[in-house]
Ligand binder design. Structure first.
Ligand code: ARG
Length: 459
């Protein structure tokens, strides 16, 4: 049991207490960040004359050695240490002796752990941002190919109006684009260095906190030492952004599951991304999409958990905050896995364009356009709505689509109908005439694709 704080104690820590309190099993995840923070701290201490150049050189060499040996597997991180901070410091002292005992000058584990967590999250935010970029590249490639692939658009999961595959996927493009912007915001807001805040009240050493911040690529030091060690807003913001990413992935997964069902048959998930049944030989199941949908709950759980943990904590540091780690690590790993797998599944997804087209032609998705036809011929919209309602009823009785009726049948319902009605309510016209910004018309879509391609080139 290696601890940093034995001095004022007369008894050994109870074994169960030690285990309950220790965090090494999970905070070893930011071992590299812990060393990186120590390196910057030591450089700053030497610059300020708090350590000699010789002490600095010894400590830096020792830290590099520890990093190297852990990475090569020569040195193992074990639960003999309370946490990763103790592991690094104890090993440093083992290696270089007295100089190692000066590493923790002007520092507390409270500002150290806040720094480690920020460094770790900062790195992961960039990784997730890049993974999302890969997903967006995949989406836009499908969009470019499918500006004239017709499909029904739904409201209430009822066929509403015809759209295109490019348009439908374009909605997800916007969602994941906002997700990336949220990650950028989090990065910027959290990018202030807590190191040098000490346990809560700063330190009496003449630290140059701005210099440490600069060495670690932060925008500057945090401005209140109590807040520096007690703040976990960046964890909450991250988990909120990750929850939103999962919510988007989950909605998309749900649609793929529906589209992949025998009834819809809009898509076919690639064999490499499907699984079978142990009993039913015919089955090919969308398990990956289902798991992504399922894992959303676990990321939401992490957000609820940290919000609840933080709500009653008085200033400044309290051990409750150690609970931020496992759930954050788990949420990050979950999201990274889900985005990567989902991207692969989407890339290999086969779209049954003919089935989608036939489906778009059924279900009266052109009823709004038929009403618009009457409006364009002088019928007030409310009257047109009623006429088309009766027309749809007639079609249902006859088991026909609007454009399958003869002109005589149409005229019996409204004399305003002429031959050009057929052209006006065709699938192509319905979609192509929707040309406002953000609408599915291929010209409008091309412009949006151009804007989003440019966005991808610059972010
Ligand atoms: N393992 C601790 C955590 O994760 C590190 C900070 C410990 N500080 C303390 N005063 N006990 O929060």
């Amino acid at each position: 049991m290696a601890q940093l704080w034995g001095g004022r104690f007369t008894k050994e820590t109870d074994r169960l207490v030690y285990n309950f309190n220790a965090s090494i099993s999970f905070d070893q995840k930011f071992f590299r960040q812990d060393v990186e923070g120590s390196v910057a701290h030591v450089k700053m201490l030497a610059k300020q004359g708090i350590l000699t150049e010789d002490e600095k050189a010894q400590i830096l060499e020792g830290l590099e050695g520890i990093l190297r040996d852990v990475e090569s597997g020569k040195l193992e991180i074990t639960d003999a240490y309370e946490d990763i901070h103790s592991f690094v410091e104890a090993n440093l002292i083992d290696r270089i002796g007295d100089a190692g005992k000066k590493l923790h000058t002007g520092r507390s584990r409270n500002d150290q752990v806040a720094l480690d967590m920020k460094l770790y999250i900062r790195h992961e935010v960039m990784e997730i941002n890049n993974l999302l970029k890969g997903l967006l590249e995949t989406i836009i490639a499908i969009m470019e190919e499918n500006t004239e692939t017709y499909m029904p658009g739904f409201t209430h999961l009822q066929k509403a109006q015809p759209i295109t595959l490019a348009h439908h996927l374009g909605a997800y493009f916007e969602m994941f684009k906002r997700d990336r912007q949220r990650l950028d915001d989090i990065y910027d807001r959290m990018n202030y260095c807590p190191l040098g805040s000490g346990a809560l009240a700063g330190t009496t050493y003449p630290l140059d906190r701005a210099y440490t911040a600069q060495l670690l690529d932060f925008n500057g030091p945090t401005l209140n030492s109590m807040d520096s060690v007690a703040d976990r807003d960046y964890v909450i913001e991250l988990l909120s952004a990750l929850s939103t990413i999962m919510m988007h992935l989950s909605r998309f997964s749900e649609e793929i599951i529906i589209w992949n069902s025998n009834e819809y048959h809009f898509v076919e998930i690639d064999d490499a991304y499907s699984t079978g049944s142990s009993i039913m030989p015919q089955k090919k199941n969308p398990d990956i999409a289902e798991l992504v949908r399922g894992k959303t709950g676990r990321v939401y759980g992490a957000l609820m958990s940290i919000l609840t943990t933080m709500k009653g904590i008085p200033l400044a540091y309290n051990k409750d905050m150690q609970e931020d780690k496992e759930l954050t690590f788990d949420a990050i790993d979950t999201v990274k896995g889900c985005v990567a797998l989902f991207t692969g599944m989407l890339k290999t997804l086969k779209f049954n364009k003919d089935v989608m087209r036939v489906s778009a032609m059924k279900g009266f998705t052109n009823a709004t356009d038929a009403a618009d036809y009457l409006v364009n011929h002088g019928v007030p919209f409310r009257d047109a709505h009623g006429i088309i309602g009766r027309l749809v009823l007639y079609c249902i009785e006859q088991d026909k689509a609007i454009d399958e009726l003869s002109l005589d049948e149409l005229k019996a319902i409204s004399p305003v109908f002429e031959q050009d009605l057929y052209e006006a309510v065709s699938l192509e016209t319905c979609v192509n005439k929707r040309m406002t910004v953000g609408a599915p018309g291929p010209d409008a879509m091309q412009e949006v694709i151009r804007i989003n391609r440019e966005y991808l080139n610059f972010t």
